[in-house]
Write a protein that binds this ligand. Sequence first.
Ligand code: SAJ
Length: 411
Amino acid sequence: KTVAVIGLGYIGLPTAAILASNGTRVVGVDVSDRHVNAVNRGEVPFVEPDLATHVAGAVSQGLLSAQKETPKAGTYIVAVPTPFKEGYAADLSYIDAATDAIIPQLSGGELLILESTSPPGTTEHMAQRVLDARPDLSVDGTNERPVVHFAHCPERVLPGRVMIELVTNDRIIGGLTREAAERARDLYGIFCQAQMHLTDATTAEMAKLTENSFRDVNIAFANELSIIAERLGIDVFELIELANKHPRVNILQPGPGVGGHCIAVDPWFIVSAVPEDARLIRTAREVNDHKPEVVLSRVIERADRFKEPVIAALGLAFKPDIDDLRESPALEITKQLAQRLPHAKILAVEPNVEQLPTSLTAFENVVLEDTLAAVESADVVVLLVDHKEFKLLDRAALAEKAIIDTRGVWR
Ligand code: SAJ
């Protein structure tokens, strides 16, 4: 039976491609012409290692195609964005739109899987939306109506390793009913070689949010330590290294803030679901969101010692050795420097991009520069991302510079 994957983005397309390359007939659905056309040509509209081979192979074998309309299918996998809106509640409008497009295709017996990272209760919300529109169906066979099965199977793959981690990561499968969970397990078993853990849908939703909140809270601890250590005049990286010699201590690394579209977003879904109780999780978010401001004030303090300061800002991406700028604290810091120091010249360095990102082109005092050239002509050097190019930099080039190393790579 056909599997329809709704949303051909960073998660939907790899999932569609790996199902298809294992012999399943898959129809990908997306609102974007660019994505649909690219997939039908056997191409990938973004960068992810090995994905292109899977897509090209599956399309040429006739197992994968893409379209804008939601088809009739045996299984639907919904992998659309869940951004947050004002007040940090999740914006479920993409999930609702995908559900509404599926509803007229249902006749009973189908499996609906929500993969998008979602606040607790979203799978139930989706099921209720279906039942409201289709009182002739049920989720558990009540009154002998035809059953539509619902499950939440959150993705946990790391960008850059998606095609490997889809196969090797354990999977959490939360069903609204046991049968729904078992059906979903059988589907993921087509490509997932790791363990699959069955639970209910709300626990599965929370498990995903918990994993990313765990990381956020632990990074916040490291970021708070970096501020405390500076006040005490000690090196936070040495401090953490020493504390981590304890067999039961494992502190993460401080940095200029937390970026990406997962860890900086998902904890808010817990906070907005239970605002009174999620105190630590909220505080961790605030600590991490405040860190760019702390870095900015250090840089401005140093730059103020020069009449027309030249500042090299090393790194724009949200983490090392990628070109992804989404929610990047490094990008935000560079932009704020340009805005707040109009008399300064900002040399933005990002070895993984070819052009200055559009959010920086509006500033006349910013240019994209090579690592060495930027460092050589700078008065102040601020390291924002631990890219390998920066780790390898000849330390002699840094002599006489005012340095702010947010990642501790030049210690
Ligand atoms: N960071 C630090 N210090 C650290 C570790 C990370 O400052 O010690 C920063 C990074 O620089 C970056 C941010 O945190 O700005 C997030 O990077 P990351 O590598 O921790 O995570 P992501 O956002 O790329 O991917 C996470 C992963 N989740 C976990 O590790 C629990 C991934 O497995 C998830 O699939 C992904 O979120 C997602 O889609 O939810």
